[in-house]
Design a protein around this ligand. Structure first.
Ligand code: NAP
Length: 309
């Protein structure tokens, strides 16, 4: 397959920290252009908007949209209408319905749409799924806690409608759990802590149940301070307790380390995107996003102290 000529759109934290290095390390891609309102990237064509890039830029095959969800759908539609394959950062949109529009656009224009979930590419996620497939699951506990000031510096959008607050990282946990558990599950209760000056939760406590009445509990919190983030999932089964630690990069059974690997989530995402393009397919799974929408629909809101960065 020819090298894919790729453009990054939105050069913020995740584009700098993860996308750009992963693209540079993958021989299937060449970073050809960047669209950014603020940044300028060396050795590629730079544009202030996606419109300008598409009109005046060098020929490209695909775009990777690293902007917040609130602006991404319009960008995805524009890129697909110009015949470009599109990779969406998570979450895939600001509403569930707009993702159906994107899905239809991709089909109509004959391009690949990849709604990426980077946490599903964490080193031990697939091993966890395989280990759980042959066991009876009794209960699941998710702890996803990080310091918003460290992980989301200056990101005012996260507190606005569509920004999802603590669900922005929490959805990563949901993307793993929807991948490793054998059955679908649904929300039964949600308690949301919303700062008085914000539109989105700073913490959330969620209860789900699956079709065999297995309870699944999640605690998401942005107020974690002074320690590394806690990104853990525990699954009690008839044959022991599986723990995925560090966002899925470590797997333990009954507290004993069984597998550990480096952070190569974005390497995995770009491999998958190239494979989907080569096979002429799209991959658009909204299941993690649907749980967040349900939590925002069903949740009890509790006002807590204002958030000041
Ligand atoms: P960020 O640092 O705020 O970067 C987003 C970039 O998008 C901004 O720097 C800006 O880039 C562009 N942008 C922002 N508002 C825009 C607007 N109204 N119109 C056009 N462009 C706009 O955020 P981020 O952390 O990189 O997050 C971006 C996405 O990646 C989010 O969906 C997030 O969930 C996901 N993500 C984040 C992390 C993380 O750890 N931070 C991890 C995984 C995934 P320019 O200045 O270049 O235009």
């Amino acid at each position: 397959m020819d090298t894919l000529r790729l453009a990054i759109v939105g050069y913020g934290k995740i584009a700098r920290d993860q996308h750009h290095p992963a693209i540079d390390d993958n021989a299937r891609y060449r970073l050809t252009a960047v669209s950014s309102r603020n940044a300028s990237v060396a050795d590629v064509a730079n544009f202030e908007s996606l419109e300008a890039l598409l009109e005046q830029g060098p020929e490209i095959d695909a775009v990777s949209l690293c902007t917040p969800a609130g602006v991404r759908t319009a960008q995805a539609r524009l890129a697909m209408a110009s015949g470009k394959h599109v990779m969406l950062e998570k979450p895939p949109g600001a509403t569930l319905a707009e993702i159906e529009t994107l899905r239809e656009d991709a089909e109509r224009h004959g391009v690949t749409l990849f709604a990426s979930w980077h946490s599903r590419h964490a080193h031990c996620v697939d091993s966890a799924r395989q280990w759980l497939a042959t066991r009876q699951i009794r209960r699941v506990d998710i702890e996803w806690k990080e310091d918003v000031r460290v992980w989301h510096p200056g990101q005012a959008w996260i507190w606005q409608p569509g920004g999802m607050g603590v669900f922005d990282p929490g959805i990563n946990a949901l993307s793993i759990v929807t991948e490793i558990l054998p059955r679908p599950f649904h929300l039964t209760d949600a308690q949301l802590q919303v700062p008085g000056n914000c539109q989105t939760p700073i913490a959330a406590s969620l209860d789900f149940v699956d079709g065999e009445n297995v309870p699944i509990h999640a605690e998401f919190d942005f107020r974690q301070q002074g320690t590394p983030p806690i990104w853990n999932i525990h699954v009690e089964t008839d044959e022991g307790r599986l723990t995925l630690e560090a966002g899925g990069s470590r797997l333990l059974i009954d507290g004993e380390l069984r597998e550990e690997g480096p952070d190569a989530e974005y390497a995995g995402l770009y491999e998958r995107f190239a494979t989907l393009i080569a096979e002429g397919r799209s991959d658009v799974d909204v299941s993690p996003f649907r749980h967040v929408a349900d939590a925002l629909m069903l949740g009890h809101r509790h006002t807590v102290e204002d958030f000041v960065e």
